[in-house]
Design a protein around this ligand. Structure first.
Ligand code: PGA
Length: 259
């Protein structure tokens, strides 16, 4: 994967409540996203809206807008009531899947499960957005070891060929969903991005790692997106709440185009 274009992903979580609303937000975002030259936009709605929104892309050939899921099950098929497989996601036109989001980890998802999910997702031909992030930052740098473990365990036995379809999203849990929208200091982000690259280089090699995009997520708004992207020296953003607002998300996309 080429790291040149910025990758801006919208994680809609369990929103909006109706397909009518989902179509409205999606078409609003599409208007801006479709004309950008330096940005890849990925919208990750709830499963139930994946197919309907994918269809909105298939009629014209949009080369820079994609649909993604927010999770998939760690088995490809079988008697698993209520779950959705990576093959199903791919079959309705989605190309991406977010795995290991902190809101899922908080409900018991472990690195081992995430590792299995990455394998089935890659087998299905999806691009994986692997989320990592510490719960809190202490002064002794303990969080670095935490991120290292998350990366090493989640990517266990993922080959250097397979990892070319993996994106890392650094989302510190303390910055996700904050009421005050306080996000990371871009200098701290730059340091973390270098650290993630160092760990990945220990697993793979420099050439491989140069092509793995590193994204940031956590309380992003149009007001902080530019400095995070530019001064944080990262390849893109994973946007939660602000991706449900046509106005805010379009503004973030335009900022990314101009970095
Ligand atoms: P937020 O969510 O932008 O609402 O903080 C980010 C995320 O959970 O991906």
């Amino acid at each position: 994967m080429k790291v040149k274009k910025k990758i801006i992903i919208g994680n809609w979580k369990m929103n909006p409540q109706t397909f009518t609303e989902a179509k409205k937000i999606f078409s609003g975002i599409k208007k801006t996203a479709s004309v950008l030259k330096k940005v890849i936009t990925v919208i990750c709605p709830p499963y139930i809206f994946l197919e309907g929104l994918s269809e909105k892309l298939s009629k014209k050939s949009f080369k820079n807008i994609f649909i993604g899921a927010q999770d998939c099950f760690n088995e490809s098929a079988g008697s698993y009531t209520g779950y959705v497989s990576s093959i199903m996601i791919k079959s309705v036109g989605a190309e991406y899947v977010i795995l290991g989001h902190s809101e899922r980890r908080a409900r018991g998802e472990t690195d081992e499960i995430i590792n299995l999910k990455i394998k089935v997702a890659l087998e299905a031909g999806l691009t994986v957005v692997l989320c990592v992030g510490e719960k809190e930052r202490t002064t002794n740098g303990e969080y670095l070891g935490f991120i290292q473990n998350q990366l090493q365990n989640s990517l266990l036995k993922i080959s250097k060929y397979q990892v070319s379809k993996v994106i890392i999203a650094y989302e510190p849990v303390w910055a996700v969903g904050r009421k005050d929208w306080k996000t990371i200091d871009p200098r701290d982000l730059q340091e973390m991005s270098l650290f993630i690259k160092k760990i990945l280089t220990q697993i793979y090699n420099k050439e491989v790692v140069a092509n793995i995009p590193i994204l940031y997520g956590g309380s992003l708004l149009p007001e902080n997106a530019l400095s995070i992207l530019r001064d944080g020296r990262i390849d893109g953003l994973l946007v939660g709440r602000a991706s449900l607002s046509i106005e805010d998300f379009s503004a973030i996309l335009k900022e990314a185009e101009n970095v």
